[in-house]
Design a protein around this ligand. Structure first.
Ligand code: NAD
Length: 416
């Protein structure tokens, strides 16, 4: 199954449990608009290279399309379509008035100079400019896109329109219309949900062993927050492999080391003899209580699900557990906190950023955290209640929560 087919299959399971209007299911099974654009870039040596970019606008019944931009060599249309539908569901689960979209450029950004990356970003924004804007479609960062890239994107769009339109993208630096708390909001939202999981399942912080796959924006921040909250982070990984430290890892020191040496696999030394380098496959199968998946899609599959030892999985990445793996994990009694709930903190603070840009009035970090926490806790309670009501998994319940709101909006606005 393609990633898009996976998301459709997740939606259909929930639709059948809650008896969703079949017309609404039909509408949500196809994106509204798919753009494929050519992105010409003048390279530093004077030659022109053409990159391929995408923007998928899945559904805007509840508000403007919203979703990140991924710069990655393996980006493809099926992936972007899947990520766009998850965004529609995610915004709806947490009840923010936005729809779903996603974008991407096929590029290994590590091979570009800073100037080439800036030209690529500006060229991509020019290519999709007619389709985006604060009331139309609002991109944001995703894998290998950063606040700096969002600053270039907002600047390019503003130049095209001859006025400041900072709300065209979110995830910007604070100095140019960013929101307090946006940088680590995905991880913080996941932590607020985890706190509720801990209360519900009597899971203490002290002594609870956690493994974090992916040590980028979402993963490195969550590892630090877990450590600061008393959890014992025993394993972390990035695209080159992982490290396991029996006595626990210091995420701050590991992060500094990764910045310096390029990968966490070069950082086992900072934990002394208790640390060893492991493969990504081994990391997923480590003995632990909670596994945070913060890298990419399709990481826990039918091939390795029965070897997962964690009792809880929190999906900070989008789509890291396949539908086939979900079935195996459910049988094993592993509780999966689904992506469309667990990682919704990022888009929630993106929504706050949009609101602040519109008002040109900025909130304190305390105000952001208070609002974010309320939304994440309320959303967890709603999803947990629906899981009980329908006797279904948390993923199915999260989709049900999303589909109920989407069904109401689509019916009120009309089908045609
Ligand atoms: P990022 O580019 O900052 O980090 C990705 C990390 O994953 C890097 O450390 C990379 O080395 C690592 N990685 C890649 N392939 C891996 C593999 N096979 N095994 C282990 N590690 C691997 O990206 P990010 O923003 O942290 O996003 C990570 C995931 O979280 C993505 O699925 C993204 O869609 C999702 N997400 C991010 C946000 C956000 O606000 N950043 C919001 C919602 C969801």
């Amino acid at each position: 199954m393609s990633l898009f087919e996976n998301t459709i299959s997740q939606m259909r399971q929930a639709a059948s449990i809650m008896k969703l209007d079949p017309n609404v299911e039909t509408i949500l099974s196809t994106p509204h608009r798919i753009l494929e654009v050519s992105v010409p870039v003048t390279m530093d040596n004077g030659s022109i290279r053409i990159f391929t970019g995408f923007r998928v606008q899945h559904n805007n019944a509840r508000g403007p399309y919203k979703g990140g931009i991924r710069f990655h060599p393996e980006v493809d249309m099926e992936e972007v379509k899947a990520l766009a539908i998850w965004m529609t569901m995610k915004c709806s689960v947490v009840g923010i008035p936005l729809g779903g979209g996603k974008g991407g450029v096929i590029v290994d950004s590590h091979t570009l100079s800073a100037l080439e990356l800036e030209r690529l970003t500006r060229s991509y924004i020019r290519a999709i400019a007619p389709a985006i804007g604060p009331t139309k479609d609002v991109p944001a960062p995703d894998m290998y896109t950063t606040p700096q890239i969002m600053a270039w994107a907002a600047d390019e769009f503003s130049k095209i329109h001859g006025e400041n339109v900072l709300g065209v993208v979110t995830g910007k630096p604070l100095e140019v219309g960013g929101s307090a708390g946006r940088g680590d909001s995905t991880s913080q939202g996941g932590i607020y949900v985890l706190e509720e999981v801990c209360k519900t399942y009597n899971l203490p912080h002290e002594g609870t062993k956690v493994v974090v796959q992916g040590f980028g924006n979402a993963g490195a921040n969550v590892a630090k927050m877990l450590h600061d909250n008393g959890f014992k982070v025993v394993g972390v990984s990035d695209s080159r492999g992982g490290i396991y430290c029996e006595n626990g890892i210091n995420p701050d020191a590991t992060h500094s080391c990764k910045l310096d040496k390029g990968s966490v696999v070069e950082c086992s030394g900072i934990g002394g003899e208790n640390c060893k380098v492991i493969t990504n496959e081994e990391l997923l199968e480590l003995e632990c209580d909670i596994l945070f998946l913060s890298a990419m899609e399709n990481q826990v599959t039918a091939a390795n699900a029965d070897r997962i030892k964690a009792r809880f999985i929190v999906e900070l990445a989008n789509g890291p557990v396949t539908p086939e793996a979900d079935v195996v994990l459910e049988k094993k009694g592993v509780l999966v906190v689904p992506d469309i709930l667990a990682n919704a903190g990022g888009v929630t603070v993106s929504y706050f950023e949009l609101v602040q840009n519109e008002a040109n009035f900025y909130w304190t970090d305390e105000e952001v955290q208070e609002r974010l926490k309320k939304i994440m806790v309320d959303s967890w309670n709603n999803v947990a209640d629906l899981a009980k009501k329908y006797n279904c998994t948390l993923r199915q319940a999260a989709f049900i929560a999303a589909l109920k709101r989407l069904e109401a909006a689509i019916k009120l606005r009309g089908y045609n």
